[in-house]
Design a protein around this ligand. Structure first.
Ligand SMILES: [Zn+2]
Length: 423
């Protein structure tokens, strides 16, 4: 993929520019509703960075001086690109058979027994050449850009075995260099017990700590370390040891917490200084208070609830009202959330979890950036920050979730360069 040097762009006459301007910390409580809207707004980029943001007319002279390329944004919203802070983007095949079996009433356990579930994804990864995995991820990255995502976290995890996990992370590293999008690699160190370790869970955790984590750290293949801490997955004690081992080697913890049952995983996230605790469907009132009093970003993933046909969604309202730093992400994965579209996640956040459109946008941009420890460079439109922004063909930001399951993204700009344009 060729990368011509970005010059200067002048996004002018936007119906609304959403700056999300503010401090580098996550937005909490009422701050989640503050988008920093500039009507008839404009934005100037210079190279990879944002140069100025303001009323469109006030930027005309500076645009001339810079010989900026004008982009007419009449009738459109200009806002920061989406930061999708939780995905399992690298896998070898969909699980559409599991999907149909579930629709026919089969339980998760029955599907796993019939050869489905995470183990089936692991089997497909084992058979897949790195070039094939790369090709699949490239397709997903193009779709992400087309839907307005400019930064995406990518977890390993479908490798399960050490050599396979390293294979996945090396493909991600290659794509970090090749893709115009920003990929943030996470080692999902314990996801499910590989079949070869049946009945030897302790041995597996030991091998992850002694062999996998040091190998990943040595090759600098990941920035974060994640664990699936839940009923039927890994215990709080095992996850504590895994996260501590990762942290010792420079990997920042994050955690899948309280999705299927309340296990104390969110508390573990707080205890070990995790960047985020994700899912949180089953948190207690005390957990909500503890999260609100911590720096852990509470990342909600309503795409999984939607795809699984669940009636209950994570308690976004309680978390926001208590003062937790709430983020939204797709949880893109073949088993429970096969969507790449952050705009649809906003619709779910609003209609199913009672968030306002403004809260959902904040959660999907600056708070997602906080969850990835990148709030000083991305997530808002402020001079000096990376020019990561999108143009959506609606005149009012509230129409983004309102017209649901539609792609409003007309253009995506990453580091000052147009990487997707509908025209
Ligand atoms: Zn996940």
């Amino acid at each position: 993929m060729a990368r011509p040097r970005p010059c200067s762009l002048f996004l002018r006459h936007a119906a609304q520019v959403l700056t999300l301007a503010g401090g580098a910390g996550p937005r909490r409580g009422a701050e989640l509703g503050e988008l920093g809207v500039i009507p008839r707004g404009g934005l100037l980029t210079e190279g990879e960075r944002i140069h100025r943001v303001g009323a469109s007319r006030s930027l005309e002279r500076e645009a001339l001086r810079l010989r900026a390329e004008p982009i007419d944004c009449r009738g459109c919203v200009v806002m920061p690109g989406f930061v999708d802070s939780h995905t399992h983007l690298i896998f070898a095949a969909s699980r559409v058979n599991d999907y149909e079996l579930r629709l026919r009433g089969k339980s998760y356990e029955a599907i796993a027994k019939a050869g489905g579930g995470i183990q089936s994804s692991a089997a497909r990864v084992r058979q897949a050449a790195p070039s094939r995995l790369r090709q699949l991820v490239c397709g997903f990255l193009e779709q992400l850009a087309a839907h307005g995502t400019t930064t995406v976290e990518v977890k390993s995890g479908y490798g399960l075995e050490i050599a396979q996990e390293l294979k996945l992370l090396r493909v991600i590293r290659k794509l970090q260099r090749e893709s115009p999008l920003e990929l943030v690699p996470t080692l999902l160190a314990v996801h499910a017990l590989p079949a070869s370790y049946n009945g030897r869970a302790t041995q597996y955790v030991e091998d992850v700590i002694r062999r996998l984590i040091p190998a990943v750290a040595k090759e600098k293949l990941a920035e974060f370390i994640d664990v699936f801490c839940d009923r039927g997955a890994f215990s709080v004690d095992d996850c504590r040891r895994v996260l501590a081992a990762g942290r010792e080697l420079g990997l920042i913890p994050r955690i899948h917490a309280e999705q299927l049952a309340r296990t104390g995983a969110a508390r573990l996230g707080i205890e070990c200084g995790a960047a985020s605790a994700d899912h949180l469907d089953k948190v207690s009132a005390a957990d909500v208070r503890a999260l609100a009093g911590s720096d852990v970003v509470a990342t909600l993933l309503p795409g999984a609830n939607f795809h699984l046909g669940l009636k209950r969604y994570p308690p976004a309202r309680q978390l926001i009202d208590a003062g937790a730093a709430v983020a939204l992400a797709t949880d893109f994965n073949p088993g429970t959330s096969p969507t790449l579209n952050m705009q649809f996640i906003l619709s779910l956040a609003c209609t199913q979890m009672g968030m306002t459109p403004a809260e959902a946008i904040t959660a999907a941009t600056i708070n997602g950036a906080c969850a990835l420890r990148r709030a000083s460079t991305i997530g808002s439109l402020e001079p000096g920050k990376q020019a990561d922004l999108i143009v959506l063909d609606v005149p009012d930001y509230r129409e983004i979730p309102y017209y649901f399951a539609v792609n409003h993204c007309a253009a995506t700009i990453k580091r000052g360069r147009i990487i997707h344009s509908r025209a």
